[in-house]
Write a protein of this length. Structure first.
Length: 164
């Protein structure tokens, strides 16, 4: 299959002989960077990554620990902690001791986060509709299944490396 990037550069990019696996990983990185750039332009008070962290916290049935949240995000404790400290400083999250194990801290969203989510729900939905407007449901389902498999494999690879 031949891949082409159109209208991104005056200097040609030769992808004719690129292995699809490498192309996909590169495309995913490019997409993530572009998505973050667009997301950052939508939200004024926080970054797209911070918004994503808040959305993930809200998905848990009960307030997550740093470990639980880091595992979900696929990021290091240190990176997640840095983002959470910034979010705490601006009033979006708070740390509370676990009821059973006081050594653990749970991360809770605040009313400010809930207000932010309500205020940005329509614009977020609009952008998601626009982003996926050319993708049919079957293609989306296949893409989700593929990335779930890749995510599972990557987590296995990480686990193997962490054991060594």
């Amino acid at each position: 299959m031949e891949y082409q990037f159109t209208d991104i550069t005056e200097n040609g990019v030769d992808l004719k002989n690129m292995d699809q696996r490498y192309f996909l990983v590169g495309l995913l990185n490019e997409f993530t960077n572009l998505f973050q750039s667009v997301g950052d332009s939508i939200f004024q008070e926080i970054s797209w990554k911070q918004c994503f962290v808040l959305n993930c916290i809200r998905l848990f049935e009960k307030a997550p620990t740093l470990k639980e949240l880091s595992d979900m995000l696929g990021s290091s404790h240190q990176n997640v902690k840095q983002m959470l400290l910034k979010l705490e400083k601006t009033g979006y999250v708070k740390f509370v001791p676990d009821e059973v194990d006081k050594r653990k801290q749970r991360i809770m969203v605040t009313e400010k986060t809930e207000n932010f989510a309500r205020e940005h729900e329509a614009v977020s939905e609009h952008h998601m509709e626009k982003l996926f407007s050319t993708v049919d449901p079957e293609s989306l389902a296949i893409t989700v299944q593929t990335f779930m498999k890749l995510d599972e494999q990557l987590r296995c690879i990480k686990e193997e490396r962490d054991v060594k």
